[in-house]
Design a protein around this ligand. Sequence first.
Ligand code: C5P
Length: 310
Amino acid sequence: FSEDEEFDRPRLAAHGPVRVRVPAKINLHLHVGPSRPDGFHELTTVYHAIGLYDEITARRGDTLTLTMEGEGAGELSLDEDNLVIRAARVLAAETGHEPHARLHLKKQIPIAAGLAGGSADAAAALVACDQLWGTGMSRDDLAAIAATLGSDIPFLVLGGTALGTGRGELVSPILTGGHAWHWVLAVAEEGLSTPTVYKTFDEIGAQTNAGPPDGLLAALRQRDPEVLAAELANDLQAAALHLRPELQGVLDAGLDAGALAGLVSGSGPTCVFLAEDARHAALVAAELEARDCCRAVRTAVGPVPGARVL
Ligand code: C5P
């Protein structure tokens, strides 16, 4: 994660279109604690932003509208429940601006996939409208607004690799010295609902395998993929496999294809595999594709920055 000057320069309202690119996330470590009185689970997680992107273009308008293309088009509601619209409205209310913008979302991050695509779009909408309206919010201000909209959204404003606590909304950057990790994603035919996965986690009394993330943090510093492979852990994996037993076959296929490790991403159903380098990732991806066990296979590098104006 590189220091980013964008958030430090003075802001003026933009007249032309504002394009913002936002990455997907995976969780390198996800420890799920007890459920809290507010219904959320206490988490200790290591978020990692990867180079699979959605893009939002914000233009001036007389009302607030959202159009979209790509993953989920025709399925996702574009009205007031959409997180993009909610994000724009909350930012307008917090800053005293009219919530007027024409927003267009170009989606490559699969929906309901455990990759935080919806949260990414909300983060992108905050950054795009902030620039369009010239609200002059600091990154911390945007992260605070983001936290009111969803647990993963502050991380997607930040990007990089970060420790997440609370319900996931409290994020602190982990500096990994610019090392690139190579991932292969197996995207499932059908999405999984995050609340259902957490509910299943409680119902099946899933064991927590992920302890404190100390081993993972040390592995990130060592920059050795074999060492990192042994430290990846996700407490929600058992619940995702309970709901989708066929994902075990996908995990096995990735390991057979030579991946160093495989795990379910977040609440699933996407399975993510660690490769040694770019060449190895391409080989694992080709082998997984040949096995025809999922809807799509992607390669991606991480960490990458969070939602940024292009
Ligand atoms: O915060 P977000 O809207 O992304 O959460 C979606 C759902 O996932 C919550 O309504 C809750 O059911 C579940 N969740 C949870 N504990 C967390 C984060 C999410 O139980 N820490």
